[in-house]
Design a protein around this ligand. Structure first.
Ligand code: AMP
Ligand code: TRP
Length: 338
């Protein structure tokens, strides 16, 4: 069968589970803004259905969804140029996810690192949704025939699973209907680590607030968290390679590079040999300079939640014009009487 060619289209999602952080900004939001500047259709989603795979207080979920929308806009996503939408508003995501639940295999899901990490030793008590999560993610992507998905390093395995689902669907039904989506993992900060433990990724769900910089933190809090970030007693080396066994120091250098749009080599040329007493204040200043305008803009947008709701309603309308025909054709391929 000849390879069908798909128009390039970008999709990505973030969970509205609170505590949007520096890892989300550098690993995801900043990359989304780069894509938006190119000549390609971009769709960005607050994945509220994914968020409830673990318990969310209803009032907090609604607040986090609006706050995440504000975070997208404050980071530079223009809801005219990109489609900005919350997942539950477009029923095609959940509808296609059911089809994919019947395509994906239990064994594939059981191998997902995020499932193993989140379910831990008590998988019996985890929600069925947490297990099926990657099939919904595949549906998010494929209900738009998205060809490129910018994400942080932790999501690579889920995109590979999305490709497996697309390939199996195409093979089983003898079609060339779903594209094999490319993960796009770029930049100096595809995996921002916790400020308290350089071997753990910075995460929304870490109980320690000091482990992450939230996009809602004020300038003092940002500076304090960086000053208190865990490090070792050595000064920075001259060469980036010499940071291999120093995860905390390496993480701060990566963050510095990503925030300043410099390569890690350029950062080392400037900061090599510096004590943390010099490097940390420089990083704190840089973080405050880059993040404060975003924090302030988020707070401003959150003062008018009705306007955010209007933006999301419009996003859902536009999203459905793409998703509905793709779902319809999927149902037809599968043999559902329409
Ligand atoms: P999540 O917070 O799990 O909804 O993730 C939303 C996006 O942010 C995904 O593209 C993730 O890969 C990315 N992301 C989350 N945590 C990090 C991190 N610590 N470093 C880099 N990217 C991240
Ligand atoms: N699983 C992603 C995360 O936790 C969020 C997500 C859901 C997503 N659907 C997506 C990311 C589709 C990219 C594309 O980070």
């Amino acid at each position: 069968m000849a390879e069908a060619s798909f128009t390039p289209r970008v999709f990505s999602g973030i969970q509205p589970s609170g505590n949007l952080h520096l890892g989300n900004y550098l690993g995801a939001l900043r990359r989304f803004v780069d894509w938006q500047a190119r000549d390609v259709e971009t769709i960005f989603c607050m994945v509220d259905l994914h968020a409830i795979t673990v318990w969310q207080e209803p009032a907090d979920l609604a607040h986090s969804t609006r706050e995440l929308a504000a975070g997208f806009i404050a980071s530079g996503i223009d809801p005219e140029r990109s489609i900005l939408v919350n997942q539950s508003r477009v029923p095609e995501h959940a509808q296609l996810a059911w089809i994919f639940n019947c395509v994906a295999r239990m064994g594939w899901m059981g191998r997902m690192t995020q499932w193993k990490d989140k379910a831990g030793k008590n998988a019996e008590a985890a929600s069925l949704g947490l297990f099926a999560y990657p099939a919904l993610m595949a549906a998010d992507i494929l209900t738009y025939h998205a060809t490129h998905v910018p994400v942080g390093e932790d999501q690579k395995q889920h995109i590979e699973l999305t490709r497996d689902i697309a390939a199996k669907f195409n093979h089983d039904y003898g079609v060339d209907f779903f594209p094999l989506t490319e993960p796009v993992i770029e930049g100096a900060a595809t995996r921002v680590m916790s400020l308290r433990d350089g071997t753990k990724k910075m995460s929304k769900s870490d109980p320690s607030d000091a482990s992450r910089i939230n996009l809602t933190d004020d300038a003092d809090t940002i500076a304090k968290k960086i000053r208190k970030a865990k490090t070792d007693p050595e000064p920075l080396p001259e060469a980036y390679e010499d940071l291999t066994d120093r995860p905390e120091a390496r993480n701060l250098v990566n963050i510095y590079a990503a925030l300043s749009d410099l390569s890690v080599e350029e950062v080392m040329a400037d900061m090599g040999g510096a004590q943390f007493g010099r490097f940390k204040p420089a990083l704190a200043d840089l973080a405050v300079e880059k993040l404060s305008p975003i924090t302030e803009e988020m707070a401003r947008l959150m003062r008018d939640p009705a306007e955010i709701d209007r933006v999301l309603a419009r996003g859902a309308e536009r999203a459905r014009t793409i998703a509905a025909p793709i779902l319809d054709e999927t149902y037809r391929i599968v043999g559902m009487v329409r």
